[in-house]
Design a protein around this ligand. Sequence first.
Ligand code: ADP
Ligand code: MG
Length: 678
Amino acid sequence: MKESVLSLNGVGEETAQQLRDMGIHTINDLINYLPYRYDDFRMKDLTEAAHEERVTVEGRVHSEPSLQFFGKKKSRLTLRLLSGPHSIKVTFFNQPYLKKKLNVQDILTVTGKWDRHRQMITAQTYKIGPQQGEEEFSPVYPLKGLMTNRTLKKLIHQALARCADSIADPIPEELIAKYKLPGRREALEGMHFPTDTETMKQARRRFVYEEFFLFQLKMQALRKVEREQSKGISIDYIKDDLTAFISRLPFPLTNAQKRVLKEILKDLKSPHRMNRLLQGDVGSGKTVVAAISLLAVITAGYQGALMVPTEILAEQHAESLNELFQPIGVTVALLTSSVKGKRRTLLLEKLAAGEIDILIGTHALIQDEVDFKHLGLVITDEQHRFGVNQRRVLREKGENPDVLFMTATPIPRTLAITVFGEMDVSIIDEMPAGRKPIQTYWAKENMLDRILVFMEKELSNGRQVYVICPLIEESEKLDVQNAIDVHVQLEQYFFDRYSVGLMHGRLHADEKERVMKAFSENQFHVLVSTTVVEVGVNVPNASLMVIYDAERFGLSQLHQLRGRVGRGSDQSYCILLADPKNEVGKERMKIMTETNDGFVLSEKDLELRGPGDFFGRKQSGLPEFKVADMVHDYRALEIARDDAHKLIESREFWNEQRFELLKAILVEDGILSGSKLD
Ligand code: ADP
Ligand code: MG
């Protein structure tokens, strides 16, 4: 019902405004405003109640209430209550008037916090008399301003009664039947006014499914529309050229590399637009897969672009691709902010004339001034930094190139099918043979002396060391200061024995380049850095990484950082300096020392920190679910995805009247155009 909340009894302009502030405009908004938890007023068997748990008990007052005052306003009333086999003490704060109201032998129901050790309840609410007739669960709603839970509950009650007969159910009947879900109306009643745990559970189960199903339906529809409506290019690559190129590589491809390559080449050849995510742990060899894919496009007469998050990484990729491609006459160019003036103009001209085969750079690559002659493939590295919408922008660039997104942050399955629900996914789940796993140790910060000795030992063997500085949330400036301080300390410590470089985000691009180059040429033996070295940078001679304040980093981020060492053939080490304050923190450090598997770590990270923190606040791109929880309800998420996929691919969905409601939702979201419905 699109009718305004003003049509409800007792809602005047003032209440309506309060509701609007909470995003509630219509009766429909009101009934869909779901509680986020329930107060539980069920009788509790105290034998089983946990310490500090909130409990409700009914009993008979057994002692005359005794009242004590502290100062003028504060008071404490205590009495003894007999409840079944228990004799417990009940305390009321600042309700002195109860002294007169409560008498020995009265029946009393109290709800409050249970102190198991002292067999005592601190009362929060009470009722003189038995609990009978009261509700056992009371929904608790997210509130804003002056709105109270009580008022909101009453309004929802009224609203539900008003439109009970006109609540449409968007979930197809056959799915409702298949999973024995309550209908929408029944489920709404169950959420707002549950009579028992079972109704509550079933209602929740339905909304979890509904949220996931509708979300996945949008993703699947988006995927279908983009595949079919956007005319892609069919890339007719020359297979023999690829085979020859692969045979000249200094190593054989792993089976996983071969498999994902096949998936990518198939997409390139098909006339549909490729929209694929390539996942692979740090060091799993994504770059060479990217290179072969780019080459495929070039053999068919198109150009390719490789987009990376930082300029340093762009430079490194340009260097390694040049090495691979120069011998076979493929031109690779680098476009960064330091390419300016005449050089830039010239580069852009050559690009437009088709004289450059592969362009590498940061997101500057998708700016308007950059015109390709025949762009066939765009590859982005570390793409989890982009949300669904940025991905759409990228795909809409130019002449519908195929798009491959690469990420080294293994994304847990549950998140992958949510965040990247509209994409196809390829996974490199195998490391090249002969890698020595990095040995990771967790050390307390007071062990710094011993760590310096260890650093010295690696350095004296001719190896190099990264020192990653503390991360101070939300403040790049402080991060930089930290790095500067640590740099000074280490310079003093190593004095004339070893040279120490400094790298952070505030350096100019060319300074960064100079520092990185000096480190990769072993002119700096130690590199003190903020997290700017996080992605991609390759210095195989570095064999030790020390990370200060490691507990401040996410597991996936630590794993990324750690991936900067262990890139050569020698044993490498990572030392996490951390004094975590709580169990979760300790657990996180421990798991880092136990596994080198990025997927295991990412699952664990998700479990320990929740989906919001997983990608970091600013770049999350995560959908928000009101009832469902991506981590705990992941089975439902997978099922909903399959159901949504089947439905979108079915002919009935597009032809039959009974799916109008679902299609209207897709139109409202801008995924389908209205005319598609005619
Ligand atoms: P990432 O997936 O982190 O981008 P890279 O592509 O940088 O990994 O590869 C890491 C290193 O492994 C590079 O030095 C690369 O040359 C090497 N490499 C890639 N594939 C193989 C392979 N199949 N066998 C051996 N070494 C490989
Ligand atoms: Mg890489």
